[in-house]
Design a protein around this ligand. Structure first.
Ligand code: NAD
Ligand code: G3P
Length: 332
């Protein structure tokens, strides 16, 4: 299938960057904005001042707040926060075009159910051909045309190939994968681990501690990926190690910077009250704990992050508990 029309749902930083990718690749590009006045503002100013200030949006990107109109496309890229996917699917269902691809570009797990995003889409939007786009990709770097590689995953190989062709251009390079579950789990859990890394950096626990967290975090994500039917090779790829390293090493990450502020002693409520950007790891932390427990997967770092974020536990107590766990073989 030739993909000419690409619509992006959500005009946050990532949705806006994805619209730039599609337009630069020569696609007929529509960016769906929930609020009509914001669509008018962005259209008039040709920039998204709230989420990607200073980045010019070409005329080739059409802004709309009319969902049925936005759904007139061969590929529909979902770029709102993960917790809103179910609501989007329900709103889109009556208007969903026959064979359109749904590309999940959010990174998270549903808090109530512990479901992955493709599982929500399969139940709420059964006619959609579901794929996911994930990997190390700060929106601002993509918007500035800095070199970026991502994974596009789906079980329909021909569709994955079509999406790669439709979105690749210049410095933006997608790789294909058939491991939808692996790519999704890796992309969601890295946000929780980035909060953990931010906390240890904010508390001054040092680079050794962060490297240990990244490595042991990778071990626990691997267990969850395998339990969800994904493959361990995916963890060595862009959506796995690539995104984990990026997000756990840069204060440009909203998740890592939120963790840093927590590590410096601020409360979650204070931090969230001063931000308008999403840090998906906050909701994913409890979702991943629910999911891991239901599958009998041990995830001590995610459990610790969840207790600090949502149950009032202290960082020093959680670090002490992690360090005093029984000694074991690294590959167990
Ligand atoms: N920013 C990045 O660099 C980046 C890169 C890759 C993936 N992502 C993922 O993309 C998703 C969106 O992140 P972002 O960075 O664009 O967010 P953002 O913080 O820049 O923007 C917030 C977005 O949430 C939307 N929103 C707020 N309340 C909503 C509601 N009630 N219903 C529906 N939408 C609502 C806003 O319209 C806006 O699109 C997240 O899952 C994130 O993990 C972000
Ligand atoms: O800013 P973050 O922490 O949401 O990370 C953004 C992207 O997921 C990085 O790949």
């Amino acid at each position: 299938m030739s993909i000419e029309r690409v619509s992006i749902i959500g005009a946050g930083a990532w949705g806006t960057a994805l619209a730039l990718i599609a337009a630069r690749a020569g696609r007929q590009t529509t960016l769906f904005v929930r609020r009509a006045e914001l669509a008018t503002d962005i259209s008039a100013q040709r920039q998204n001042a709230d989420y990607l200030p200073g980045i010019a949006l070409p005329e080739a990107i059409t802004l709309t707040s009319d969902l049925p109109h936005a759904l007139q496309a061969e590929a529909i890229l979902y770029a709102q926060p993960a917790q809103h996917l179910r609501g989007f699917c329900r709103a889109a269902r009556p208007h969903w075009p026959g064979h359109a691809a749904l590309v999940l570009c959010a990174k998270g797990i549903e808090q109530q159910s512990g479901l992955l995003l493709h599982e929500i889409a399969a139940s709420e939007l059964p006619s959609a051909r579901v794929t996911a786009l994930s990997g190390p990709s700060f929106a601002i770097d993509v918007a500035r045309s800095l070199p970026t590689a991502v994974a596009i995953a789906g079980t329909d190989g021909a569709l994955v190939d079509d999406l790669m062709l439709a979105l690749s251009h210049g410095a933006f390079r997608p790789y294909g994968s058939d491991d939808l579950a692996g790519v999704e789990v890796a992309g969601a859990v890295k946000n929780v681990l980035a909060i953990a890394c931010g906390m240890v950096m904010g508390a001054g626990l040092g680079d050794n501690a962060r490297a240990a967290l990244i490595t042991r975090g990778l071990a626990e994500v691997s267990r969850l990926v395998l339990a969800k039917g994904g493959r361990s090779e995916t963890l060595m790829g862009l959506a796995g190690l690539g995104d984990l390293v990026l997000t756990c090493s840069s204060p440009k990450s909203r998740n890592m910077s939120l963790g840093q502020e927590l590590g410096q002693g601020r409360t979650l409520a204070e931090i969230l009250s001063q931000r308008h950007s999403v840090a998906e790891g906050v909701t994913t932390a409890s979702a991943v704990v629910t999911l891991a427990r239901s599958l009998g997967v041990e995830m001590p770092i995610a459990e610790a992050v969840n207790r600090i974020l949502h149950q009032g536990s202290r960082l020093d107590a959680e670090v002490g508990a992690l360090l005093s766990r029984p000694l074991r073989r690294e590959s167990e």
